[in-house]
Design a protein around this ligand. Structure first.
Ligand code: FE
Ligand code: FE
Ligand code: ZN
Length: 277
């Protein structure tokens, strides 16, 4: 079963997202846990959640991939920003338990001149401060394009963060095809090698979700500009190979392509047509 969807607006609640997903033939989706740039989170509406859970069961949705706000930077040099970041993640994880057993994805952060080692320490500190034994949510570190001072620009950096986290069983990785390509991993010509490397460094089973994006830029550009499926440097064929990898079967695949709803519906249709069970 291909679980595929896109980012949806959370402003009208879970049930609205579920219905919107159904309309475009999606069976998973992503959403920002709060305004991607801002800080305040909407109250969880219990009856909305109950209605959504029923709907998602009826439609046999896969796991959701919630996204932390972009303003979160666990390895900021500014202590106030780090504090905000930690509070935000702790609060998000609490709220995520209303829809248990899903994923919460975040960008490890940008170390901004502090150096990657310090960045890794600070990110791990935040995770050690917020992860709890009771949580059913798995927190995903997103593979990054390596723009500016982003941490997580290669598999080694992700591994280094994970190594410093006590509750490693609560962690996974979100594999963003645009980001790994921009990061210098040739998923077009050497997908086998890239996944073998990932497996050696982190363990392939740690990949829990895919962000499926084409890239506006060539391999290793460290730019992070997403393109529609088939309109970038990765190309449709390579992305079709990604979703058909046996290691990735059953994982939620989230489109983060520059599209409106009709464009997402077309991409979902196209990818379903090119998916073999
Ligand atoms: Fe992201
Ligand atoms: Fe992404
Ligand atoms: Zn991106």
């Amino acid at each position: 079963m291909l679980y595929i969807g896109c980012h949806l607006s959370a402003s009208k609640g879970y049930t609205a997202m579920g219905k919107q997903a159904e309309k475009i033939d999606a069976n998973t989706f992503a959403f920002f846990t709060r305004n991607p740039r801002g800080s305040s989170a909407k109250e969880i509406n219990i009856s909305d959640v109950a209605e959504y859970l029923e709907l998602s069961e009826k439609l046999a949705f896969g796991k959701l991939v919630a996204h932390a706000p972009y303003t979160m930077n666990p390895c900021s040099a500014d202590e106030k920003i780090r504090y905000f970041s930690r509070q935000t993640m702790a609060d998000d994880l609490k709220r995520m338990e209303s829809t248990p057993h899903n994923y919460y994805n975040f960008h490890p952060g940008s170390h901004v001149k502090q150096g990657v080692e310090t960045g890794i320490e600070l990110i791990a500190n935040q995770l050690n401060g917020v992860l709890t034994e009771e949580q059913s949510t798995i927190v995903l570190l997103e593979t990054m394009a390596g723009k500016g001072s982003e941490v997580g620009r290669n598999f080694e950096e992700i591994r280094a963060i994970m190594d410093r986290v006590e509750r490693r069983e609560k962690l996974g990785v979100c594999f963003d095809t645009c980001h790994v390509w921009d990061g210098g991993y040739d998923i077009v010509n050497r997908l086998d090698d890239v996944l073998e490397q990932f497996d050696k460094i982190i363990g392939i089973e740690k990949i829990k979700a895919i962000h499926l994006n084409d890239s506006m830029n060539p391999l290793g550009s460290h730019k992070d500009r997403h393109a529609r499926i088939g309109e970038g440097h990765i190309g449709a064929d390579a992305l079709i190979r990604v979703i058909n990898r046996p290691e990735f079967k059953g994982l939620p695949v989230i489109l983060e392509t520059p599209n409106e709803m009709d464009g997402y519906a077309r991409e979902i249709k196209f990818l379903r047509e090119n998916y073999s069970e």
